[in-house]
Design a protein around this ligand. Structure first.
Ligand code: PMP
Length: 362
């Protein structure tokens, strides 16, 4: 096996080592099946068992009630920027809370399909915080309110759901899905690309409250209509079988090894704290991007005193086995993504490196 480095990638991100090992061990032949998961028909009873277990594991971990459907779709979270308004606008307008680059993208797609309003936009403040409740300009007649629970690029996270009254709440949870428990019943729809905390790229998980299916207009293209996938239990066409299988293994790991999402959240908070402490005590050598109250437990974003030092920091980090710490090209600086599978040892190594680098260069 090649040497594994500490990987702080924002996505696809690290997967739990025991999950990769199990997938590797069983790649040529699933136990009791004699064929690879890459080779079995999605109509076989074996794949149906994978599809079913993955859904049940998610239901158990998140406490998803029966009146919600769980879907495994393709097209990434980006296709949900289109499917959400296409299915849910129903001739009305929708409100978008924009706290970073992804929320902005979601809003721009909604505008193409109908009427969408901006309920709050953090762009003028460089996306450093989430809105206070009194800043939200909500339309009481809107079809839904959309927000991004964790902005992966800026590292800004909602600590809890925004207060929006009785309008259906829609969330892009791509980069903090499965990192903490969620009060599912506060949501009408949650979607997340798998490639951060849930599995590999290729599958997007959608959790939708069933009463919303009634507002979907007739004659939508079949593949873009949520009802198709609810009716066929995500098996209308060939699903991304390997990606779903990996989500099954990751959800087993979360349940059996981690002991659930409350425990996972505790571990994630501990990890983030290690790095935020370095930033906060660095007397301005490291400058966090996000406002401390709203900074992300998943994606930590910071700058150094100048770009030269940032370049050197990244180079030396890599030489020390710490990879993928470069900030997104649109914001620069550094970013450490501490998804579920990033072990505490990796974060301790990053903390030690940051302290050492600071003492040499401050
Ligand atoms: N939303 C968020 C919050 C994301 O982090 C990402 C990907 N980084 C996306 C949407 C887009 O996801 P995809 O690449 O799966 O379309």
């Amino acid at each position: 096996m090649g040497h594994r480095v500490w990987n702080f990638s924002a996505g696809p991100g690290m997967l739990p080592l025991p999950v990769l090992e199990e997938a590797q061990r069983d790649l040529l032949a699933l136990p009791g099946v004699g064929m690879s998961v890459l080779e079995i028909s999605h109509r076989s009873k074996w794949y149906e068992a994978i599809n079913h277990e993955t859904e049940q594991n998610l239901r158990q971990l998140l406490g998803i009630p029966e009146h919600y459907s769980v879907l495994f779709l393709q097209g990434g979270a980006s296709l949900q920027f289109t499917m959400v308004p296409m299915n849910l606008l129903g001739g009305r307008s929708a409100d978008y809370i924009i706290t970073g680059s992804w929320g902005e993208k979601a809003y721009k797609e909604a505008v193409k399909l109908g009427s969408a309003r901006i309920a709050w936009n953090g762009k003028a403040e460089n996306f450093t915080r989430i809105p206070r409740p009194d800043e939200l300009e909500l339309d009481p007649n809107s079809g839904y309110v959309h927000f991004t629970s964790n902005e992966t690029i800026q590292g800004v996270q909602f600590p809890t759901e925004p207060e929006i009254g009785s309008t259906p709440l829609v969330c892009d949870a791509s980069s903090d899905f499965l990192s903490r428990p969620l009060p599912i019943e506060r949501y009408a729809l949650i979607y997340a690309g798998a490639q951060k905390n849930a599995g590999p790229a290729g599958v997007t998980i959608v959790i939708i409250r069933n009463d919303l299916l009634e507002r979907i207009p007739p004659n939508l293209p079949t593949m873009l209509d949520y009802r198709t996938h609810v009716e066929h239990k995500s098996l209308y066409n060939t699903p991304p079988v390997f990606a779903v299988y990996m989500v099954m293994l990751v959800t087993r790991w979360l349940r059996d090894t981690i002991d659930g999402l409350a425990k996972m959240e505790q571990i994630n908070r501990q990890k983030a704290q290690l790095i935020y402490e370095v930033i906060d005590r660095s007397e301005g050598f490291y400058r966090g991007h996000a406002h401390p109250e709203y900074r992300s437990v998943m994606n930590i974003t910071w700058r150094l005193p100048n770009e030269e030092l940032e370049k050197e920091f990244l180079q030396q980090a890599q030489a020390n086995g710490l990879y993928e710490l470069k900030g997104h090209r649109s914001v620069g600086g550094c970013r450490a993504s501490l998804y579920n599978a990033v072990p505490i040892e990796a974060v301790q190594a990053l903390r030690d490196f940051m302290l050492d680098f600071m003492h040499k260069h401050a």
